[in-house]
Design a protein around this ligand. Sequence first.
Ligand code: XIL
Length: 301
Amino acid sequence: GTTLGASAAESGRYFGTAVANYKLSDATYSGILDREFNMITPENEMKWDATEPSQGSFNYSSADAIVAHANAHNQRMRGHALAWYSQQPPWAQGMEGTALRNAMVNHITNVATHYKGKIYAWDVVNEAFADGGGGGRRDSNLQRTGNDWIEVAFKTARAADPGAKLCYNDYNTDGVNAKSTGVYNMVKDFKARGVPIDCVGFQSHINSGSPLPSDYQANLQRFADLGVDVQITELDIQGSGTAQANSYATVVKSCLAVARCTGITVWGIRDSDSWRSGDTPLLFDNNGNKKAAYTSALNAL
Ligand code: XIL
């Protein structure tokens, strides 16, 4: 294939990007988006603060605009994210206990129902594990409602949209380490007890502090062996030139080597679109030109 999306499709996979709704009117941006990518993750528009700015009052206008764009351009959607410690609306940030648990369930039910049938895969729970060597849960208001909050979130999402694949998504889980093993043990437990989970997302924000692990492919494979799909969900790689290009190729080849790795999403289009300001971690330069990393990723597909 001559584009990322078409080349990924040759092996039944997708190649996606994060999209910001306010950029869709930028012709360079949407031109690259519609030429190269066949999966879209809203960068912020489906998060709790965006979709439920006041409790019980839902606003889907920005996210709906992205879904409409995707429908018009034969792109599928990853939903991101139903339950997360970050980017909660102010009203939820101060909640706790049963009230917060009920608010979470109501939120998931409303959002997943609104998008029922339109989402390939949902990041049901995002970033629930702690960094460091403990392998345990991250402290958060959601975690303090009880350790079962994650399985409740997944069951609630399944009931609302039975056709969507339901993912757990996190960062610094890209190699075999204490954090990824904590997630691995949770997924294994969920599969054993019949808690609905279909996929695990590996954000893959690669930088000097968390370089590309040598066991990247082995880590994807051990999760796949639990009976879930795996996806690379927010890929960006710090650096430039040949080193960056080689790292992109390694990630692509790792996904292709794992039968249950269903697709790759980069977290933005041009370097200037990246959330990592001052960095150049993406596949297109600020002018929308293809970088060496683009050619390397395409050739690896
Ligand atoms: C980031 C967005 O890219 C930024 O625009 C926003 O200000 C903060 O969130 N992990 C995630 C994503 O799961 O939702 C985050 O996206 C990046 C880290």
